[in-house]
Design a protein around this ligand. Structure first.
Ligand SMILES: Nc1ncnc2c1ncn2[C@@H]1O[C@H](COP(=O)(O)OP(=O)(O)O)[C@@H](O)[C@H]1O
Ligand SMILES: [Mg+2]
Length: 265
């Protein structure tokens, strides 16, 4: 689908957030179009994971609004917001599976907690989600016995267990070998194309950013603000901000360019 034609499914306006009264980012605004794969980019420590916490309801922003469709997320009463949380899926870094449970038990957990489905129905759904991510044969495995790529896919099956409208992923391909990372990216594309799920993804991996993301924002730690926005390929080819350029090309910033940037108000 052409993401530029779609309505925004998530709209952040003037979000300021941080810890203990100290802002990590100030006045962050962006829109995520339905069916797009949206990237949150930036150097380590700029606040990408913290923004994700605001978006999934774990950290209340000190200013700004966040709308999912017409609903003002942080103005909802706590139980309503928590119920709304079932409409989003989250994959934390490393898959974050329960190590004492099998893969199937991990995927079944949200279904047991949030639906009144019978054990037989849950079992059938777990099988479906695992085959969706190519893990049909891994259902009785323990997370420790899986490769990094398989763990991430199991985490994705769990994130998809309640058929979310939006998937939030934090560095999903970090630490994976290039083949496993590519396989994971292909899976994200399949989920978007097959189910129309919208994806918001924190990533450092250029192959993923250029390969599957169609829009995004770039956060900067120093200025605590969004310093660029748009598709990663566009930022790579047409953004002349030195920080963004260095990140997107993995080239060291040129000392002259930095001096010019610092002198420019
Ligand atoms: N729980 C926390 N309490 C206090 N400060 C935190 C906490 N988590 C992260 N930070 C700080 O907030 C900033 C942004 O962190 P984070 O969102 O994890 O960055 P990123 O994901 O971009 O690497 C960093 O300076 C980090 O040290
Ligand atoms: Mg992070």
């Amino acid at each position: 689908m052409d993401a530029s034609q779609a309505t925004p499914t998530l709209k952040a306006r003037g979000l300021t957030f941080g810890y203990g009264g100290e802002a990590v980012q100030i006045d962050v605004s962006f829109e995520v179009k339905q069916g797009s794969i949206f990237a949150i980019m930036g150097e380590s420590g700029c606040g990408k994971s913290t923004l994700l916490k605001v978006l999934i309801g774990l950290l209340r922003p000190s200013a700004g609004t966040l709308h999912f469709g017409a609903q003002d997320y942080w103005s909802m009463e706590d139980p309503t917001r928590e119920a709304f949380g079932k409409r989003i899926g989250v994959l934390f870094q490393g898959g974050a599976l329960w190590s004492s449970m099998t893969v199937a038990e991990n995927v079944a957990l949200p279904l047991q907690m949030f639906t009144g489905l019978s054990p037989a129905s849950i079992n059938a759904l777990v099988q479906l989600k695992l085959s969706l991510v190519g893990l049909d044969s891994g259902r009785t495995s323990m997370p420790a016995d899986l490769s990094g790529g398989m763990r991430q896919r199991a985490g994705l099956a769990r994130a998809m267990s309640l058929d979310p409208e939006i998937l939030f992923l934090d560095e999903p391909s970090a630490g994976l070998d290039p083949i496993a990372a590519k396989r994971f990216d292909d899976l994200i594309l399949e989920l978007r194309d097959g189910f129309g799920v919208t994806v918001v993804m924190v990533s450092h991996e250029l192959a993923s950013l250029f390969g599957i993301c169609d829009d995004g924002i770039f956060l900067d730690a120093q200025s605590r603000s969004v310093i660029a926005r748009g598709a990663p390929t566009m930022l790579r080819d047409r953004c002349d901000n030195v920080t963004v350029h260095a990140f997107m090309t993995r080239e060291k910033p040129n000392a002259d360019a930095i001096n010019v940037a610092e002198r420019t108000p």
